[in-house]
Write a new protein. Sequence first.
Length: 287
Amino acid sequence: MSKAAAQSLGDADQVIGIRPLQPTIGAEIEGVDLSKPISPEQRDAIRAAVLRYKVIFFRDQPLTNDQHAAFAAEFGPLYTHPSTTHDPKISPIHKIAAADAAKYEQRVHRDVKAGDGYHSDTSWRLVPTWGAVLRAVTLPDVGGDTIWVDANLAYEGLSDEVKARLEGLHVTHDFRDALVGAGHDYPIVAHPVVRTHRETGQKILWVNLTQKPQILGVELSESRALLDEILRQYKRPEFQVRFSWRPHSVAFWDNRAAVHYAVRNYGDFPRVLERILIADEPLYTDL
Ligand code: SIN
């Protein structure tokens, strides 16, 4: 898809209903039944909406595991995360459970303060997954929202001085502890702090605050100061969309363009969502 097509919706809104939730990020999609095979026109319209709005939402979509996987597979090969609790039938389904999240926080988030856990999925990979389709399974009556940040707006929000400082710098994505714990030996990778989105051409501020980020080639104190500034941008409400889940809600996002944050304000409630990740084109060999 060309850059121009990626940023404009073309005739996507003739094929599906698109209701923007914020000017640049988040839209609710209507007029599609995800439990049934979608047409090529619907697939292209949905893809254009994800590229345009970075995260899109569907309401009232009761899906089986197979239907969830079939929908995600319309947008690329499915990726099985190494710490996936395997469904006996469909392996790529990754259960995101509150109990697992608590363990994960003890193991990985120990350096991350509450409210700071903005991240993108599988950024620890050389070729991260491009998309994710997340489905509500067990929800608290209230709370447990998810926030997505327009990481292009976050970049644009930086001062010219910080933009210039970040030019060409790389940041680490260190998920080794959790991966080794899951039996997956993978090195620590570094990606550019500012990535150019391959399809939209937008500049994306792309840091994973949950994976011990360190900006390479600068003093530790400067790395910390730059990361604080990046986090400050991610936290600006002007750059965010916040989604309140309801039973049978589905979110589909572009992991290359948005970072997200799960709001954990529901006590011991056993919240469960199920996520399927979509592999990106292997631009180079992954490990
Ligand atoms: C995720 O981080 O992929 C899941 C977000 C959530 O649990 O709300």
